[in-house]
Design a binder for this molecule. Structure first.
Ligand SMILES: Nc1ncnc2c1ncn2[C@@H]1O[C@H](COP(=O)(O)OP(=O)(O)OP(=O)(O)O)[C@@H](O)[C@H]1O
Ligand SMILES: [Mg+2]
Length: 423
């Protein structure tokens, strides 16, 4: 059974979430057998700022998840995000090696390797190379050219890079705990895997994961990841605004924020009716906030910050140059997706469809994790399983081969890990 375990660690600014899943033989589902979420410390806007504190939180989370799963975690996939993430699209071209012109896996590897050859500063590291589109002898729009005939093979790839120092720091944490890193996955990409539908990806969509300290963005066009970025603003800014605006402590502000979103349901009419029933005395805060006008709080304090987050997301979409190609709009996830008024503000500001994304496609211990806060966490193992650990199809798996490239420095490690599945 141990061979079939997949573990992942989501190192967030608010929480460290660890998840352990087991591949179900009968169906396609991934069964969750262990899950833990521990408050995080030492992470700011996705960056490790205190390595000892992060190590401690990660260790605590892993210990708890091991106890729950009754299994030891030897290796795990790890999320990475924050404004140090950047992305670019790069093209590779090769001549097909076979004299008969049949495109093989080797050609795919070579062309992706060619696209990967970008000039990169020593402070940056590639964490993902995702093929968007193959072109065979000028014919575009090919998703899998293996077995096709052609002379000239081109690929358009999406490359995500991250700060080398930050990745090293995370590796250091993992090493001191004794858990092997099976590969870094961009948090926005992981969340997309858990919340987006294939149709949305085909039509064009943006996954926006609003975490505590950062917002990760992953944009899909024609079914392929085409733009990734991360902005240094998150739900914690809303808490700060409430604290400043109401002159209360951060703790009280956080309680007020959660109280509002838990009590008020999304959607116009209902929100209004319920707003009158709210009473902050229920929270028993040390500060006096009873004669507070709810409308001022929601429209005057929370609203403007949400508007700012959307404005920054919109700037990123404009920067991507894909603004005309995302009719499915925005799928908002991450803990910040639960903020009161998030959908209304999104629709008003962005002018595109907006929905909340909740992680799915799993079974087992699921009640707790069906929450936008854990989209990245769930997405990590879904993405990892699909692209890295598909043992059924062995080394011949197309996704797997492409993913080997996408893992940059971890390719070798992945292969070793993978070998244990080969009979
Ligand atoms: N019910 C809720 N209503 C409003 N906000 C919420 C709710 N639940 C959680 N949040 C907020 O979501 C944030 C945490 O989100 P999440 O767990 O996605 O962050 P993270 O992954 O740890 O951080 P990051 O991705 O930024 O590194 C916190 O700021 C928290 O206040
Ligand atoms: Mg997160």
């Amino acid at each position: 059974m141990a061979d079939h375990l997949i573990a992942a660690i989501d190192i967030g600014s608010s929480k460290i979430a660890t998840i352990v899943g087991v591949e179900s033989k009968e169906d396609d589902e991934l069964r969750i057998i262990g899950f833990n979420s521990t408050p995080s410390s030492g992470v700011k806007k996705g960056l490790v700022v205190d390595i000892d504190k992060v190590t401690k939180s990660v260790e605590e989370s892993i210990e708890k998840v091991e106890r729950m799963a009754g299994q030891k975690v030897h290796t795990a996939l790890v999320s990475v995000g924050g404004p140090h993430i950047s992305s670019l699209n790069s093209r590779g071209v090769v001549a097909v090696a076979d004299s008969q012109g049949e495109i093989s896996e080797t050609d795919i590897n070579r062309v992706i390797e060619a696209a990967r050859a970008i000039s990169l500063s020593t402070t940056r590291q590639i964490i993902e190379v995702s093929p968007r589109d193959f072109v065979v002898d000028g014919q575009e729009g090919i998703k899998n050219p293996i077995g096709m005939s052609g002379v000239r093979l081109e690929v358009e790839t999406h490359i995500i890079t991250a700060s080398h120092t930050n990745l090293k720091n995370i590796d250091r944490c993992m090493e001191s705990i004794g858990v092997g890193n099976r590969g870094f996955i961009f948090a926005g990409l992981a969340s997309s895997e858990a919340v987006l539908t294939d149709t949305e990806k085909e039509l064009g969509v943006v996954c926006v994961d609003i975490g505590g300290g950062k917002t990760d963005i992953a944009l899909y066009v024609d079914g392929s990841l085409s733009y990734s970025s991360s902005i240094p603003i998150g739900s914690r800014h809303i808490t700060n605004d409430i604290a400043v605006g109401l002159r209360v402590s951060l703790d009280s502000a956080e309680k007020i924020k959660l109280y509002l979103s838990n009590k008020l349901e999304h959607g116009g009419g209902k929100t209004k009716k319920k707003m009158e029933e709210l009473n902050f005395n229920e929270l028993q805060l040390p500060e006096m906030v009873d004669n507070l006008d709810m409308k001022t709080l929601i429209d005057g304090i929370i609203g403007p910050r949400l508007e700012e987050i959307y404005k920054m997301v919109s700037d990123e979409i404009i920067k991507s140059n894909f603004i005309e190609l995302i009719p499915s709009g925005l799928v908002i996830t991450g803990g910040g997706a639960l903020t009161v008024g998030i959908l209304e503000m999104g629709r008003k500001t962005i002018g595109l469809p907006v929905r909340i994304g909740v992680p799915g496609k799993i079974s087992g211990l699921i009640d707790e994790i069906i929450d936008p806060q854990f989209s990245t966490t769930v997405g990590l193992i879904l993405y990892g399983r699909k692209n890295i650990m598909n043992k059924e199809e062995g080394f011949k798996n197309f996704n797997k081969i492409l993913k080997d490239f996408s893992l940059g420095g971890s390719v070798g490690k992945m292969k070793d890990f993978f070998k244990q599945f080969i009979p």
